[in-house]
Design a protein around this ligand. Structure first.
Ligand code: FAD
Ligand code: FES
Length: 266
């Protein structure tokens, strides 16, 4: 983990409602793994006081990228940064996705969860490792890749304006149906409803799955306890009346085994 002053190289619209920022950060680039995030001090003077967590969306040499949506004050301020702006950034933080056995990875991203999934896609592509990418959005205007199942890219849209009409679960089913009975594993990130759907689908089909959560965070380094996530303890370890514990999204996660997570309803 480093505290790095990163120069903004570009900050542009990537798709409808979606921005991409590229920053110079040799230390973060050298250490960053897919699923890890950085914590950004948006305004050193006063508000917002807390850093804002953002997933690493890609790394090229000493440049890393963020893909983000404007939600409130912090991200609105980030969207105004011009090339040359120096940003105070802590990272890389969190655990990231961990290697799996020889199962085919199916990467599933929705909402701003496409950012860390994009980095995983980049790393697997660079390594020549076979995988499938499934990305969901409300409409085609929110996508920045082309729907191309033959190249392993499946897009879904709620309104049917690009790719498969439906949710990422429909995209996942289509990607699975294209495999010749090959065992698969699912690696996903997205909004709470999508994570619940992925958890339910993979558990009912006995597919191993790792999910990255995007909990509200304070410090990002395990001090404030502001990012606790309810988890199931392995049934064999649980005492009567127990069976649940809290883990920290910033330190123990943000990636967890799907079976471990207790996902709250919105
Ligand atoms: C590990 C991690 C990785 C993330 N990666 C990305 C990313 O790659 N791209 C991206 O756009 N966003 C990402 N987020 C979410 C991002 O941190 C929030 O959108 C951001 O902090 C909002 O700050 P704000 O000041 O703009 O909004 P605020 O004024 O703080 O909040 C505005 C609204 O945004 C929502 N919000 C705030 N914080 C979060 C949060 N942590 N998760 C979900 N919703 C939130 C709330 O509904 C709130 O009402 C990530 C969050 C985590 C924890
Ligand atoms: S954000 Fe402070 S402990 Fe996780």
């Amino acid at each position: 983990m480093l505290l790095e002053e990163c120069e903004v190289l570009s900050n542009k619209t990537l798709a409808s409602g979606l921005y991409e920022m590229k920053l110079e950060g040799p230390g973060i680039c050298a250490q960053g793994r897919p699923g890890q995030f950085v914590n950004i001090l948006v305004n050193p003077s006063d508000t917002p006081l807390l850093r804002r967590p953002m997933s690493i969306a890609h790394v090229n040499g000493t440049t890393f990228g963020l893909i983000y949506k404007v939600f409130g004050q912090g991200t609105r301020e980030m969207s105004s940064w011009q090339p040359g702006h120096m940003a105070d950034i802590l990272g890389p933080l969190g655990n990231g996705w961990w290697p799996t056995d020889d199962r085919l990875p199916l990467l599933v991203g929705g909402g701003v969860g496409i950012a860390p999934i994009n980095f995983l896609h980049q790393r697997l592509s660079q390594a020549g490792a076979p995988h499938q990418l499934i990305m969901g959005a409300r409409s085609g205007a929110e996508h920045f890749l082309e729907h191309d199942p033959s190249a392993g890219i499946t897009l879904t849209t709620d309104d049917g304006s690009a790719g498969i009409a439906g949710t990422v679960i429909d995209g996942l089913k289509a990607a699975i149906s294209r495999q010749d009975n090959q065992a698969v594993t699912v690696l996903g990130c997205g909004p709470p409803g999508m994570l619940r759907a992925l958890q339910s689908f993979t558990m009912s089909h006995e597919i191993p799955c790792q999910l990255a959560v995007e909990e509200m965070m304070g410090c990002g380094v395990g001090i404030c306890m502001g990012c606790s996530v309810e988890c199931r303890i392995d049934a064999s370890l649980a005492q009567a009346g127990e069976g649940r514990r809290y883990r920290l999204a910033c330190l123990d996660g943000p990636v967890f085994s799907a079976g471990e997570l207790v996902l709250a309803r919105d």
